[in-house]
Structures are given as C-alpha cells and as structure tokens.
Design a protein around this ligand. Structure first.
Ligand code: NAI
Length: 340
C-alpha cells in the first residue's frame, strides 16, 4: 500500500499539536458498515510518510476484519508518532479531543504501544473510545484476541493443540496470553521477544527461547507471529518449516506472493484479520453494550474452517478467499443501502 491508494479512503488526516508535541495520523477507510473502528498504535516512525502508510494499511485491514466479524463498523486506525519519550496525559487529552472532532466517524481502542489506562485518559475528552471495560463488558482486548487466536490454532491443526510444537514471535498483551493458553493445553512452545522479562515469564510456562531471527523458521507445527506485521516475506514463506501460520499480528503477509507461496507449499495460513478479531469483537460489543462477545470470539474457529474448506475446494489461497468474503459483505451492504 502506498499513498497513491488515498482514493479508496473516506478520510486521512495528519495532525500536530505544537504545545504538547503530539503528532498523529487518522486513516478512516470504509464506513459502509458503520463508523470506522480500530485501535490506536503508538510507534516510532522514521517519517510522517511511514506513519501515514502504516495507518492506511492497518485501517484497510480493519475494514475487512470488522466486516468478516459481522460487526456494524467500518475500518479505521490512528497512529501516534512517538518520539521515544513516554506519552503524557496532556498528549492523550489532545488526542481525545481530535477523536471527538471527528464527530463519531472514528471509534478508538488500544493497540501496540498503548495501554488501557492511556485510553481511559483519552476517554475523558470523547465518548468514541472502547476496550476499557468500565461497564462490566469487554475490557483489555489483548487476552480476547489471544482467545480467538488459540481457537484458530486448534482449528488449523484439525483438533487439539496438545503436543503441538508452536513458535510464538512476540510476548506482548496477545502473545503472552496465547502462550499461557497453549501451555495449559499441552503445547510445546518456542518463543522470542525483545524483552528479557517477558522471555523469563514464558520460560516459567515451560517455553524454550530462541533467537529473534530464528523464530519464523523454527522446526515446529505452528508459527504464530504476534509482534509486528510484514514478517511473511516470500523468502520466509519459502523457508518456513511449520505446517500452519496462525498468529495475531496485523498485516503479516509482506506481499500477496508470500501468501501464494505458503498456499502452494501446502502450509495453512490463517488470514490475520480473521484470526485476530477477538479484541475488536470484545471492544465492539462493549461499545454497543451487547452481551455474548465470547460466543462470537469462539466462532472465529468456524469462520476459519469455512475458509480452509473453500481453499481446499477452489485451490485459492486463504488470504484471497478472506478478501473476497469481506468485499462481499461490504458490497451487499452497499447494495441494500442503494435499494432502500
Ligand atoms: P504488544 O505491544 O503488547 O506486544 C508486542 C510484543 O512484541 C512486545 O513484547 C515486543 O517486545 C515484541 N516484539 C516487537 N518486535 C519484535 C521482534 N522483532 N521479535 C520479537 N518480538 C518483538 O502488542 P500486542 O497487543 O500483543 O499485539 C501484538 C500484535 O497483534 C500486533 O501486530 C497487533 O497489531 C496485533 N493485534 C493486537 C490486538 C490486541 O487485542 N492487542 C488485536 C489484533 C491484532
């Protein structure tokens, strides 16, 4: 995705606040199904262009994720350009005011680099924030995402994770919760992270650590990318030893070619925005005041099974099937609206 893809977006805005030093980008992709909903990522970007492209890529993924999860939301994402210093309360309040000025077109939640307590601060300025859990619903999305990924791994393996060898890249909010679930289910774990404390915590679960650059090519059954995106390059896809790739990271495929290579090699790839929808389902239900998010999160397993079945029947790569399904949901909603 490049900035030349602007045309398919409802709105892209880059904002800066001189007083607090806050810089952020809002990318609102497609609002056919409802307000653009997706988390805010805080990250050190090399340039504003990089931040815009990342926000666009993530927002487009959210459109597909929300559509396939059956949520009445479009796709959106915000990124905050970090300067390496901790985020301040004043910056979070400015960020909240910016969301409010979007008038409900964008609903936010936490993503990489943000925590629930940050979103609590943001919410002081706007009601268009979710994933906080203060009304007895939802709460921290990370463990909910992990629950969906765990179900997805079981389905991708064709049953239980017991005895399966799983490599987890990234032991953050999702990866650590996933490692705990997998260890409890009797899986054998290989893990890596940049953070030594997290590695030690995973070792207490019985996980073995491996070097950062080895994890995707580990000799395992399942590779679970749970750090950042773009990790599945054609080279990695050609060399990967697992028979399943199923993790939480957004935008795992660096290119369509990588997805095709996995498919041609008979490796099951669980499309990221299908398997990692647990957090947005939980946050979305929380925002809407709906009960029953867990049932919908567990349904991620059935959704993936349907994609695998179709892939076996049509010989299409799973990521292409998921994209077609998501486009179908949006096209049908658009057609209904036109007919009404
Ligand atoms: P997090 O920020 O809590 O954790 C990320 C972890 O990855 C950190 O421990 C970090 O040290 C580690 N990491 C970063 N680069 C690494 C590398 N090169 N090798 C190994 N480890 C590395 O993030 P969180 O919330 O766990 O999210 C993980 C991924 O899942 C992200 O791509 C995120 O967009 C995606 N995701 C998260 C959801 C959520 O509910 N939190 C929902 C859907 C997707």
């Amino acid at each position: 995705m490049t900035e030349s893809d602007f045309g398919e977006f409802h709105r892209i805005e880059s904002r800066a606040d001189r007083r607090t030093g806050l810089r952020a980008v809002f990318a609102l992709h497609d609002l056919t199904l409802g307000p653009a909903t997706g988390g805010v990522r805080r990250w050190r970007y090399a340039s504003e262009d990089d931040a815009v492209v990342d926000a666009m890529r993530l927002a487009r993924g959210m459109t597909r994720k929300n559509a396939l999860a059956g949520l009445p939301f479009g796709g959106g994402k915000a990124v905050i350009m970090s300067d390496g210093a901790p985020v301040t309360k004043a910056q979070l309040r400015v960020f909240g005011r910016w969301i409010d000025e979007l008038g409900g077109e964008y609903i936010s939640a936490e993503d990489v680099g943000m925590r629930v307590e940050h979103m609590v601060e943001v919410r002081k300025e706007t009601r268009f924030v979710t994933g906080i859990g203060d009304r007895g619903l939802g709460g921290h999305p990370g463990p909910k995402t992990a629950r969906g990924v765990f179900r997805g791994i079981e389905v991708s393996l064709g049953g239980s994770a017991s005895g399966a060898r799983v490599a987890v890249q990234g032991l953050g909010a999702v990866g650590m919760a996933l490692a705990e679930m997998l260890a409890a289910a009797g899986a054998r774990l290989v893990v890596t992270d940049l953070d030594a404390d997290r590695l030690e915590a995973a070792e207490r679960l019985g996980a073995k650590r491996c070097a950062l650059h080895d994890v995707l090519l580990a000799d395992v059954d399942v590779v679970a990318p749970c750090a950042l995106g773009q990790v599945l390059t054609p080279e990695v896809a050609r060399a990967l030893k697992g028979r399943v790739v199923a993790g939480s990271a957004n935008n795992q495929l660096a290119s369509d070619e990588a997805g095709r290579i996995l498919h041609d090699r008979g490796i099951r790839y669980a499309p990221d925005y299908v398997i990692n929808a647990g957090g947005i389902i939980s946050a979305g239900y929380e925002y809407l005041g709906w009960m029953g998010a867990e049932i919908q999160i567990d349904a991620i397993g059935a959704r993936l099974e349907a994609i695998y079945r179709e892939s076996a029947a049509t010989r299409e790569p799973t990521h292409e099937i998921a994209e077609r399904m998501a486009a179908g949901v949006i096209d049908r909603a658009r057609a209904r609206r036109t007919a009404a």
